[in-house]
Design a protein around this ligand. Sequence first.
Ligand SMILES: [Zn+2]
Length: 154
Amino acid sequence: MWQNRKLDVITVSNVALASTNPAKKTKLVVIIARSHPGESPTSFIAQGFIDFLVSTHAMMGALRDHVMIKIIPMMNPDGVFLGNYRCSLMGYDLNRHWNQVSPWSHPTLHAIKNFLLEMDASKTLELDMVIDMHAHSSLMGTFIYGNSYDDVYR
Ligand SMILES: [Zn+2]
């Protein structure tokens, strides 16, 4: 039933983890895009971000020297291929199932959640931020929705 499309992860960093002091973990930022197939502007934003990230711009060089960035540019490849607007192959809105992931119903979400848990437990990386890129059907420009917590390290 699965269509076996790849779930790519792109890693960008100049940090050599083997030489990292275990007492000072390397900050990790994970960026996820295209959980909703119909939000095609997200791919342009992700591509622009990747292009800037690997550019010769001094700010990006400094970022790569101190931070590891992992990008999952296509979280829902089956949904995109099939032309779905919000759903995966199995008809699920992946963004509504983070708290009840099934490897059968949401294989890419399951893989990504396990990946994030693995990164969060890393002895050399500190999962500092996860950015889940979306587009909006009616809002223009750039905006950020986010959770707020009293203790960000809860
Ligand atoms: Zn969305």
